[in-house]
Design a protein around this ligand. Structure first.
Ligand code: AVJ
Length: 322
C-alpha cells in the first residue's frame, strides 16, 4: 500500500469499510450499527414481540436474582462487576438493585462500544440508583480486555448479556473467551448469555420483522457511511435479507442490491460497483446448545459452573470459571 493510501485509511471504521466493500463477496461489520440512531433502533428491536431474547434473559435474571447475586458476592473484599456491551442496562438493573439492597460492596463498570449508550446509562443510573458506585467506559471488546488485566485487586465478575457473543464466528468467540480467561483469576466469574437453537421459524422471525425496524437497523451502517465518510448509498435500492441455517445455528443478515449501481465514498476515494442482486453481508447472530457452549469453553480453557434458563428454554446464561 502506498503512504498516501495508508493515511487515507486512518481510522478503523474507514479501514474496515474500505476492506469490506472492496472484497468479494462484500461485507461490513455489525459493530457499526451502533450510533445514536442505531442504539435507538436496537432498543426498538428489544421491545418487538418477535425479538424474544431480551424477555427471556429478563425472566432469567428476575427469577434467579438471589441465586445469581449470591454467586457473585464476596463478603470480604467486595467485587467489581464489569459488563461488556451494557447497552441500556435494563436487564442488569434487576441484579444491581438486588446487590444494592443487600449490602454488596461493589463497583459497577459498564462498557459499551457506543458512546451514546454509555452516557445515557450513566445518567440514568445516577438518577435511578444514586447510591450505586458506577465507573463507565467506552470501548470495543477486544481492546477493553487488555485493560481488564490491571483490574486484579479483588473479585471480578464479568458479564456479557444479550447473546452479544453471537456476533462472533466460533474461532473469534474462542479468542474472545480465551482473552476473558486470561484476564480472570481463580475466584473470578464470567456470566454470559447464549441464545439457544430452537424452532427455526421463531429465530428467523426475530430478525425479520415486517415493521422494518430490523431492516432500518441493518441499513444504519450505510447511513453512517453516507454521513461520516461522504458516501452516496441510496438506501431504497437495498433490501434486508435474513437466513437461518438450523444445522450450524447461524442467522445471517444481508443487504441485497435490488439494482446495479455505482456508489462513491468520498473519504475513501473509493467507487464501489454493485451488480443487481449483489450482497453485503452485515451480521451473524449465532445460536447455541450445551454442546457448542461446552466446546467453546473447553477450547478457551474455561469451565462451566452452572447455567440458568427461561421457562421455554429459548435462552441460557452460563457461569464460567477459569
Ligand atoms: C445485540 C448482537 C445480540 O444478534 O441478536 C438484533 C443484534 N441484530 N437484531 C443479535 C441484532 C438484529 C443482536 N445482538
Amino acid at each position: 500500500m502506498t503512504a498516501t493510501k495508508a493515511t487515507l485509511l486512518n481510522t478503523t471504521f474507514k479501514k474496515e469499510v474500505f476492506e469490506g466493500l472492496s472484497a468479494y463477496p462484500k461485507y461490513l461489520s455489525s459493530k457499526y450499527f451502533y450510533d445514536k440512531k442505531g442504539d435507538r433502533l436496537f432498543q426498538e428491536i428489544m421491545a418487538m414481540p418477535e425479538y424474544y431474547l431480551t424477555g427471556c434473559e429478563f425472566q432469567i435474571l428476575s427469577t434467579y436474582t438471589e441465586t445469581i447475586g449470591e454467586l457473585f458476592r464476596d463478603r470480604q473484599n467486595g467485587l467489581d462487576l464489569i459488563e461488556l456491551g451494557a447497552g441500556d442496562g435494563k436487564k442488569t438493573k434487576v441484579l444491581l438493585k438486588y446487590m444494592a439492597e443487600n449490602n454488596f460492596n461493589f463497583v459497577y463498570k459498564p462498557i459499551d462500544i457506543s458512546e451514546n449508550a454509555v452516557e445515557l446509562l450513566s445518567n440514568n443510573l445516577a438518577q435511578e440508583m444514586p447510591i450505586l458506585n458506577v465507573d463507565a467506559e467506552v470501548g470495543e471488546y477486544f481492546e477493553v480486555l487488555e485493560r481488564l488485566k490491571g483490574f486484579n485487586k479483588r473479585k471480578k465478575v464479568i458479564m456479557v448479556l444479550g447473546s452479544n457473543i453471537g456476533n462472533l464466528k466460533h474461532p473469534k468467540a474462542i479468542e474472545f473467551l480465551s482473552k476473558l480467561k486470561d484476564a480472570m483469576l481463580p475466584d473470578d466469574l464470567l456470566f454470559m448469555g447464549f441464545d439457544q437453537k430452537k424452532e427455526p421459524q421463531k429465530i428467523l422471525n426475530a430478525y425479520n420483522d415486517d415493521t422494518g425496524i430490523t431492516e432500518a437497523f441493518n441499513k444504519n451502517v450505510l447511513t453512517r457511511i453516507n454521513r461520516e465518510l461522504g458516501g452516496n448509498f441510496d438506501l431504497n435500492k437495498f433490501k434486508h435479507w435474513e437466513v437461518y441455517d438450523p444445522e450450524t445455528g447461524t442467522a445471517k443478515s444481508f443487504l441485497v442490491a435490488t439494482k446495479a449501481m455505482e456508489v462513491s465514498i468520498e473519504a475513501l476515494k473509493l467507487t464501489v460497483n454493485f451488480d443487481q442482486w449483489e450482497t453485503i453481508h452485515t451480521e451473524i447472530s449465532q445460536k447455541y446448545d450445551d454442546k457448542i457452549v461446552g466446546w467453546l469453553a473447553e477450547e478457551a480453557g474455561l469451565k462451566i459452573e452452572t447455567s440458568f434458563t427461561d421457562k421455554k428454554e429459548y435462552y441460557k446464561d452460563y457461569v464460567f470459571r477459569k
